[in-house]
Design a binder for this molecule. Structure first.
Ligand SMILES: Cc1cc2nc3c(=O)[nH]c(=O)nc-3n(C[C@H](O)[C@H](O)[C@H](O)COP(=O)(O)OP(=O)(O)OC[C@H]3O[C@@H](n4cnc5c(N)ncnc54)[C@H](O)[C@@H]3O)c2cc1C
Length: 437
């Protein structure tokens, strides 16, 4: 059987590798000149940056974690997470609930007291079940942790009000510590949260794209780049995929490209489906990549809930993941800004957005001055984060049902339109291929 796989990101190349191993005939069609999608990395002037934001390899899915490690082979380094939240000038241990004793004493008391009050109220059945993400945060963490960190940080990264977000996705994604951990953390006894990420891997050379390249190695000759899928139509028992110039015939088609792109390639899409698709919310991303002379702090990454320091929600230090990603005597910083078309920050030029970030980093004390920056680049991704708003489940159901009824399978982050990390993309590819008779 011949399979056309739309998109050469991590999901597309994993599907190709697994299907080919099963003896299937595959072709991957990728719009850009290189594979990788959100996991692309760029090396310039000796600095390697992940262009779709900072990536690390971790998973609670032990089978997939071993698979990723095997695929990378010896091009892999392992690091212990040293991550903080920048709060009122303090570096608070991540996750926030595990770092309460790093807070000013009044704030620590506020968080602990409100956490206990909420716990008692929930136990007594005095708290109605949460109906949205904001209510879930308050019911889970109490007003202290919610007001000081969880709500401001989440509204910054999601670029959307928490009360307009659904809560069906939070379990397993947002750390929920045991009560003892919160009490211990408030009185200063060391605890570790989100433990499956406490040690993470990263390629020594080539940034996160090295994982995609290693995954693609056995099917390299089955990948067509610079092929932007423009139409997908059924013909006979199969499908014809075209970029407007060249047509490719296949028996089956799997799409890993954003559903928004796929629907635009299909004729006769009902109005209800198009409208549901238009209503699916997502965030775009601006990555600001900075090469720094000398060393940076020893952190893995920092979360920045405050707006007054800048629009960036996370600052990572790639040169602390691998010593090969910055030239001798230099280090690197990657700041991420989530945004939507029309936001003030999206309208900034690359130079303006770099200045904005550098100013914030200087104020945070992470770099001495703009003179420390010896390399700068800005990368933009249209599709970075799925936003689970309150209408999400209805809208995605309409879109998926229509596409699957057309005989096209959907696997991957923006094809399924789910908050999938690399491990989940690989897991879904694996399960898809397993189900092929
Ligand atoms: C800021 C950020 C940080 C992240 N950090 C982590 C992390 O630390 N760990 C982790 O496990 N995961 C992380 N992720 C998630 C990870 O990036 C995704 O799970 C993964 O890259 C999704 O792969 P994909 O192949 O499904 O989609 P994509 O990477 O989006 O690939 C889709 C591909 O389709 C191509 N395409 C689009 N339209 C067309 C068309 N018309 N024709 C042909 N090709 C087309 C695109 O060019 C792209 O190559 C992060 C994501 C973001 C945004």
């Amino acid at each position: 059987m011949r399979w056309a796989i739309l998109g050469g990101g991590l999901t597309g190349v994993t599907l190709a590798r697994l299907l080919a191993k099963k003896g299937e005939d595959v072709v991957v069609l990728e719009r850009e000149a290189t594979i990788g999608g959100l996991c692309r990395s760029r090396t310039t002037e000796g600095f390697t940056f992940d262009t779709g934001g900072s990536h690390i390899i971790f998973s609670r899915d032990t089978e997939i974690l071993s698979f990723m490690r095997d695929v990378l082979g010896d091009n892999r380094d392992e690091r212990r997470r040293n991550t903080k939240i920048f709060y009122k000038g303090n570096f608070v241990k991540y996750p926030f609930e595990n770092g309460l004793s790093d807070l000013p004493k009044e704030d620590c008391f506020f968080c602990l007291n409100e956490y206990i009050r909420t716990l008692i109220a929930v136990e007594k059945g005095e708290t109605p079940p949460p109906r949205n993400f904001r209510e879930w945060i308050y019911a889970t963490f109490g007003r202290g942790i919610a007001d000081l960190y969880m709500v401001p940080y989440n509204e910054k990264i999601w670029n959307y009000p928490a009360e307009k977000m659904s809560l069906h996705w939070v379990d397993g994604r947002i750390p929920r510590p045991p009560v003892e951990d919160i009490v211990k953390s408030a009185i200063g006894i060391e605890t570790e949260g989100y433990t499956h990420q406490a040690v993470f891997s990263y390629p020594v050379r080539g940034g996160i794209e090295a994982l995609v390249r290693a995954m693609a190695a056995p099917v390299q000759d089955r990948i067509v780049t610079d092929f932007e899928v423009a139409s997908v139509r059924k013909e006979g028992g199969g499908v014809i995929v075209s970029d407007g110039t060249e047509s490719i015939e296949a028996d089956r088609c799997i799409s890993t490209i954003p559903v928004q792109h796929l629907l635009a390639c299909m004729d006769g899409v009902p109005d209800a489906c198009r409208k549901a698709c238009e209503r699916l919310r997502y965030n775009s991303l601006i990555s600001v990549c900075l090469g720094i002379t000398g060393e940076v702090a020893e952190y893995s990454w920092l979360y920045v809930p405050q707006h007054d320091l800048g629009s960036f929600n996370r600052v990572s230090f790639p040169s602390n993941y691998s010593t090969d990603v910055a030239p001798e005597g230099c280090s690197s910083i990657l700041a991420e800004i989530t945004c939507n078309e029309g936001d003030a920050v999206s309208a900034l030029s690359d130079d303006e957005v770099v200045d904005h970030v550098v100013e914030g980093l200087v104020r945070m004390g992470l770099i001495e001055s703009a003179e420390s920056v010896v390399y700068r680049a800005v990368e933009r991704e249209d599709f970075a984060y799925v936003v689970y708003d309150l209408e999400y489940q209805d809208n995605i159901e309409t879109v998926r049902t229509y596409i699957r009824d057309q005989g096209i399978d959907l696997v991957g982050r923006f094809a399924e339109f789910e908050y999938l990390n690399m491990d989940a993309c690989i897991r879904n590819a694996l399960e898809f291929v397993k189900a092929v008779p």
